[in-house]
Design a protein around this ligand. Structure first.
Ligand code: ADP
Length: 276
């Protein structure tokens, strides 16, 4: 990536360096929610998969099958009940600096400028703000928000806010980007535009991306592999490698070859009687 990170060791360097083939490792993962006043919910069971460094993976599945739960566990935001979860060579037992997260809504702080919003992880992780500000500005330029640094969130469109949210997730140069249905609130055309943008950002940044999406065509268009989950408790129904050549443009989304993958993935949901 042309955008430099101020003096910090690259994630993965040194003793904690992970095997690039299993940059993310999930083994025997199980999650049971045990609310105090209601019955336990078995959200995830028997989840095993690995993600290569630099790979783009999507997770799809019926509503309530545990997609967000999986992402929150990978992000270290909630504990797992059982199993091994490692990201960039580290056991996940809390939020890791190697991980950036993009949420369903951009969730920008309305009283902060766009640049101040992008700088939040730098402040939380107590990194050198003066050094990272340059990187934040460069990231905003990369996503087409150059000149908007001093604006407030309400002065930006939904798509622009979501792009600022992506910059915020990337500012501390995480090895892994986790995205939870990041484009769900956008209209169809903006969403397609953001898909193309995301592929460009992924290519330029070399990040490993795990995306949760309700859209099977979106998952096929973006991903190297699509992890298909069954209904709750979410289990892996199939991991589908998407062998469409890159770079991909929007014409790929409506191509017959992409359609074959979409149909194959949809079959799982038809069989279960659910479409998400
Ligand atoms: P998805 O993202 O696939 O729609 P979620 O991961 O949000 O699914 O939820 C999986 C299941 O776990 C759902 O049945 C949901 O109601 C339940 N669940 C999620 N969060 C909690 C929680 N904090 N406490 C209890 N149950 C939860």
């Amino acid at each position: 990536m042309a955008i430099r990170t101020p003096g910090r060791r690259r994630a993965g360097a040194g003793p904690a360096a992970a095997d690039e083939a299993s940059w993310i490792e999930v083994n025997g993962l199980r999650k049971v929610y045990r609310p105090r006043r209601s019955e336990p919910t078995h959200a995830l069971a028997d989840i095993d998969f690995t993600v290569k460094r630099g790979e783009f993976i999507s997770i799809v599945g019926p509503s309530g099958c545990g997609k967000t739960t999986m992402l929150k566990i990978l992000a270290g935001l909630i504990p797992r009940t059982e199993g091994v979860v490692r990201v960039a060579g580290r056991d996940v037992d809390g939020p890791l600096p190697q991980v950036g997260m993009v949420f369903q809504a951009a969730t920008l702080l309305p009283w902060r400028t766009i640049l101040q919003n992008v700088m939040v992880p730098v402040e939380v992780q107590r990194l050198d703000a003066s050094a990272y500000r340059k990187r934040a500005v460069e990231l905003l330029e990369m996503v087409g928000l150059g000149g908007f640094e001093g604006k407030y969130p309400h002065e930006l469109s939904g798509g622009m806010q979501q792009r600022a949210g992506i910059c915020r997730a990337l500012v501390h140069d995480p090895a892994v980007l986790l995205m939870d249905e990041p484009f769900g609130a956008l209209d169809a055309m903006t969403r397609e535009y953001m898909n193309v943008e995301l592929l460009r950002i992924w290519k330029e940044s070399g990040k490993t991306i795990v995306l949760v999406t309700h859209s099977i065509p979106e998952a096929v268009f973006l991903s190297d592999r699509v992890v298909v989950l069954s209904s709750r408790p979410g289990r892996i129904a199939e991991i589908v490698p998407v062998e469409l050549e890159r770079p991909r443009d929007l014409s790929v989304m409506s191509s017959d070859r992409a359609g074959v993958y979409v149909t194959r993935i949809r079959t799982h949901f038809n069989a279960a009687g659910v479409i998400d």
